[in-house]
Write a protein that binds this ligand. Sequence first.
Ligand code: TXE
Length: 468
Amino acid sequence: MTQYGMTIGGESVKGEGAFDVVNPATGQVYAQAPDCSAEQLDAAFESARTAYRGWKDDLAARRAALHAAGDLLMAKAQELAPVLTAEQGKPLGEAAAEVFGAGYWLKHHADMAIPHDVIRDDAAARVEVVRRPMGVVAAITPWNFPLMLACWKIAPALLAGNTMVLKPSPYTPLTTLAVGELLADVLPSGVLNVVSGRDPLGARMTAHPVPRKVSFTGSVATGKRVAASAADDLKRVTLELGGNDPAIVLPDADPAVVGPKLFDQAFLNNGQICSAVKRVYVPDNLHDELVEAIAACAREAKVGDGTVEGVRLGPLNNAPQRDRVAELVADALARGATAVTGGKAVDGPGYFHEPTIIAGASDGFAIVDEEQFGPALPIVRYASVEEAVERANGTHFGLGGSVWSADEDRAYEVASSLECGTAWVNTHLALHPGQPFGGFGWSGVGTENGPWGLEGFTEVQVRHRAKL
Ligand code: TXE
């Protein structure tokens, strides 16, 4: 297995130490990643600070570089897919789609307008509002979509004129390290530095004096620590944290149509998506039919090593996550819910869990109230739509939500009362680089993607000229 270096100042750099990387399909250590020392982290931030001076002033060069970076990722999608599958677990086709999609994200942003408004222009004054870059960004990413979520940060940050030090999760460092090395060919040295290490490296980044902005995707608990650390010197933060997205099915929906879609949008990436469907609210009249429609999909889904042809669901990414899902399922079953399919982790090497559909759970069960982040979906009965909306809104989370109905306008009306960053109708998980993505409550602070996400990597400057 190729050993990837960190990218610091345009050079590939070995760590002063190393840490193990496990293949979640086998549970075996199969590679090592560099462990960034304090001096190396300083060097990465210093090179980002130096590169910022030239990078911030040439928008045309930034657009061209982002296009080149996007083209390169798209061209390397098949080559990088096995690297991603080995460390993350997802099937090869989904891994290739992630790399390709990450390239697409870069290219979409390459052409995005940077807002520049003239808010007054009269005999007395001309007043413009411009967006200036912030400087160096510290970016920290999780293990579910290591490359896609990195590009959600790289694309707008670099377009706006910032430079970056990026740290992937210690569970999935390799694809991001590989991409750091690849992009060194198309980005000026120091513009994108990639470092790797265990969790304390993240804390050292957020406390470091050089970055002016921290862009973080991960858990709620760590997000709160990141915010507290950034507050010390008033770094700006964007936090994209977990979700517990409800899907409310209205009484007129067709279970045969809605069931397979809900399965897809709950189980993609084995449920390890912040804005996947995490709980389904269903009226009595549809309950049994909908449960069966979703369960039929779960029974059909082939579980296994993501490198094997035909596998739909790979392993969970890591042992703690597999254990957490198994505990939430066991807790629901112990409290009287039923596993219509699945119901437990799979024995043996690798972090597999049976695709599990839970009936008979309700609010107050941990698997309904908390984020399971795995292949287990509770289907909860409701008596009235008003009550379903209240229960859907009744958690600390507020990332996404969806409403499903044969009457699109009625569904839209119900969706409008969801308290979350994205309210979908008859779909879920529909994302686009031009569409903002963010959460209410504990699901996050700030927004990613689209012009709104770009603004998060800028400071507003007013330029006011008085006319003499
Ligand atoms: O996340 P962490 P974990 C949720 C999901 C999952 C749970 C735990 O529910 O069960 O989070 O996953 C870095 N300062 N999501 O423990 O710890 C860490 O090295 C700065 C939802 O893996 O939040 C990694 O790079 N950084 C989520 C990143 O933070 C720190 C996707 C995320 O790790 C740090 C993943 C610190 N003190 C999990 N400690 C989503 N929003 O999609 C760790 N890190």
